[in-house]
Design a protein around this ligand. Structure first.
Ligand code: PEP
Ligand code: MG
Length: 758
């Protein structure tokens, strides 16, 4: 098929379709002409249209297949290639159709002589109402330009068949059938509880016309819309309510970059050139982006794509005059916002006093919007499937992001149970808040240090709110993760300085970047482009930093400058052998010398620490100890390596318990090997923030914890109930003669002393 460009092929077809649509002929006659026009335009031997009728995909018109098959050949949704396309709303491009596992042979069509097959869904209101396909005798894969032309034509067909009443709009009308309660499991993105009313972020935008009458007028409309959208984004960036310098600023900068992206506007203009209206062109480009997004495995890159989709919706609303998202309409005071996904700027448009929670069909922990929501203090549940199919605008919702679920249209008993949880969680929060200024001494009078983990500027107010003793782990890579490009030295220095200032007299331990593993930076060419089978054990953390020395140098300089006149606590992640620690320390020391020669103000002291996350280091701690000021045990990684169990694999999460004698014995040995060295030992993994685990750690001699801010109150409360000699003796006994379940033994021990397990 000599198609030189999708634009010209689509334009030719669209011009001819325009005449067909304007003609007064009967709908079936129009469709018959349509397949001829498309077949000719794409130079294909077969062109067929299947439409959804009474739940089946029926062959409505064909050029090339046997005419006797029209209105006879019918496929269920999900059946055969056509059914698969409709079910998954996806494009198929096959050199050999019969080789596809879903191929289903229909003898009445006479299609056996055609080898290659390409089909695209005809979509209306986000559902497939039909399928458009082409076939060739020759075995070949269709080129991308051909597929794009087909997709553009399918958009136009969607309008044609709807205007002609060929598909029943009732069939495609969306709206949940259920009326009873439904539990919606999801992924906790920001913890919290909320009860409220479902409000869809985006009232559905209906595209009235797909084919343009006047190309220049459409171009004008889209140019104006772009100007308006960019204006809105600029205004939002300058008004972001979290002040200057927050992560939001970085997030909005990335967002702004997309708004001005030339490639995006060019693709929309091309689509208008092919004959589409401005609305249809934006939608067309958005569809293509969505399709690409589905193929992207990298969550960070996918998040950036969501930003683009957010902007695309904004543009569509401007150009179609269907302006408002729910944010611009009088918002209820108990709104639980529902969206497929949200951009950070979109969330910032809501009045946070009225917003009680957010539920997303997509979303991930590293998404920009989650960072913003955390700063706004709004619970977020993500990865909830088929929301549109289950939840209606105005439905009552119970959002339990602590448990990772929501319930729509709850019955009274569910509301009562939720209310009780709500009240309890508020009471608990109040009780913990009351401990804010209370120092955590055990019953026998030992002071336990309870610090918090942080990674963003916005986490810092939690230090005072939770009453933590300092920041025991500042994950510096978070700044790298929310940036579109490698953060420049000035920006790093500014962040570290702000963090130290926010901490006041309390210490902050900065961990140098721990990138790699699951924290991939799209802008840092990873592992020389090599795919890693096992990234958690791969080119990450200090291994990256030592190889890309420039990275560590810049960070060292930023930290040293930011901590001028104070004590700088710095630690290195994933140290596996003592020489790695020495090499990293040397990078810092060289920078210190350089700054000294420049007569710059230096930190009063620099304390160097290592993270114990790789079991091998435990065997050489005695060698490293004389050079260490402190050791921080990262149990998240350490336990995944001890058990050879991927920490991100949900299937394994239940299998190995932090309260295993293997882990506890290991940690105890580590401590014993450091006895006699004046080294602070802290546990900074997630386990320290859980009450039974913290109890066990106290029992083996751990006196310093660094945990998630929400855990500080509960752990302080626990500490005050513990008698150390008593738990130490119990742990000693359990570790020499392990019970069937250390967890059960600890839970019972706690219950007997009226210590709550969680
Ligand atoms: C750990 O591994 O326990 C740790 C604290 O580091 P991170 O969770 O950032 O890998
Ligand atoms: Mg780690």
């Amino acid at each position: 098929m000599p198609v030189t460009s999708a634009v010209s092929a689509a334009r030719t077809i669209l011009t001819r379709l325009h005449d067909v649509m304007a003609s007064r002929s009967h709908a079936q006659a129009k469709l018959n002409t349509v397949v001829e026009v498309i077949g000719e335009g794409l130079d294909s031997e077969v062109c067929s249209i299947y439409l959804l009728r009474e739940g089946m995909l029926e062959l409505f018109a064909t050029k090339g297949l046997a005419q006797e098959a029209v209105h006879v050949t019918r496929m269920g949704v999900g059946e055969g290639l056509v059914g698969t396309i409709a079910e998954n709303i996806e494009t198929l491009n096959l050199a050999e159709a019969t080789a596809h596992p879903d191929f289903s042979y229909r003898p009445e069509t006479g299609e056996e002589k055609y080898h290659s097959f390409a089909g695209v869904p005809i979509v209306r209101r986000e559902r497939a109402v039909g399928v458009l396909c082409v076939q060739h005798a020759e075995s070949r894969r269709y080129e991308e330009v051909e597929i794009e032309a087909l997709q553009t034509v399918a958009m136009v067909l969607s309008e044609l068949i709807s205007n002609a009443g060929l598909v029943d709009d009732e069939q495609t009308a969306l709206g949940p059938q259920q009326t009873g309660p439904v539990r919606l499991p999801g992924l906790t993105l920001v913890k919290g509880l909320a009860m409220g009313t479902a409000v869809y972020h985006q009232p559905r935008i209906t595209i009235e016309h797909v084919m343009a009458e006047d190309r220049d007028a459409e171009l004008q409309r889209v140019y104006l819309a772009f100007d308006k959208m960019r204006e809105q984004i600029d205004r939002m960036a300058s008004q972001a309510e979290f002040g200057v310098g927050g992560e939001h600023e970085e997030v909005l900068q990335t967002y702004k970059m997309f708004a001005y992206d030339e490639g995006w506007s060019r693709r929309i203009i091309e689509a208008i050139d092919s004959g589409l209206t401005a609305e249809a062109a934006i939608e067309r480009v958005q569809q293509r982006t969505r399709m690409r997004m589905r193929q992207i495995d990298d969550p960070l890159l996918a998040d950036r794509m969501h930003d683009l989709e957010d902007l695309s919706n904004r543009l569509l609303r401007i150009v179609s005059g269907q302006m408002g998202t729910a944010a611009s309409q009088g918002l209820r005071g108990d709104t639980i916002l529902i969206a497929r996904n949200l951009g950070p700027a979109e969330l910032l448009e809501y009045d946070k006093r009225r917003l009680k929670g957010v539920i997303l069909e997509e979303g991930s922990l590293t998404a920009h919007v989650v960072i913003v929501a955390r700063a706004m203090g709004i619970p977020v549940l993500g990865r909830v499937r088929s929301l549109r199919g289950v939840v209606r605008d105005g439905d009552l919702l119970l959002l339990d992001a602590d448990k990772g679920e929501a319930t729509v249209r709850p019955i009274d008993a569910m509301i009562e149970a939720f209310d009780a949880r709500f009240v309890k969680s508020k009471e608990r929060a109040a009780a913990y808040a009351a401990l804010r200024d209370v120092e955590p001494f055990t019953r026998d009078g030992t002071r336990i240090t309870v610090m918090m983990n942080a990674g963003l500027r916005d986490d810092m107010p939690n230090l005072a709110l939770a009453g933590a003793d300092g920041v025991g782990l500042f994950r510096t890579e978070f700044q790298f993760l929310v940036s579109a490009t490698l953060p420049a030295r000035e920006r790093q220095t500014r962040l570290y300085r702000d963090v130290l200032e926010a901490a006041g007299d309390k210490p902050v331990v900065f961990r140098t970047v721990d990138i790699g593993g699951d924290k991939v930076l799209p802008y840092l060419r990873h592992n020389d482009g090599e795919h890693e089978e096992n990234p958690a054990m791969g080119w990450r953390a200090l291994r990256v930093a030592l190889e890309r020395e420039g990275l560590l140098k810049v960070q060292a300089r930023s930290l040293l400058e930011a901590a001028a006149g104070r004590t700088l606590n710095v630690m290195f992640p994933m140290v596996s052998e003592p020489w790695e620690f020495d090499a990293a320390r040397e990078v810092f020391e060289n920078q210190r010398k350089y700054l000294k020669a420049q007569k710059k103000l230096l930190p009063e002291a620099v304390r160097y620490g290592a993270m114990l996350e790789v079991p091998a280091l435990a065997e050489q701690l005695d060698v490293l100890a004389p050079r260490l000021s402190f050791l921080s045990i990262g149990t998240n990684d350490l336990t995944q390596f001890l058990f050879a169990a991927d920490r991100a694999n949900p299937k394994l999460a239940e299998r190995y318990d932090w309260l295993s004698p293997s882990i506890m014995r290991f940690l105890k040995r580590v401590q014993l090997s450091l006895a006699g060295h004046p080294i602070d030992i802290t546990v900074c993994g997630e386990m320290g923030g859980r009450r039974l685990e913290a109890l066990a750690l106290l029992g083996i001699g751990i006196r310093r914890l660094s945990i998630t801010p929400a855990g500080v109150g509960p752990i302080k409360e626990l500490v005050r109930k513990v008698d150390l000699p008593e738990i130490t003796e119990a742990m000693n006994q359990w570790l020499s003669h392990p019970p069937a379940s250390l967890r059960d033994a600890l839970a019972q021990w706690a219950a007997e002393r009226e210590i709550e397990a969680d």
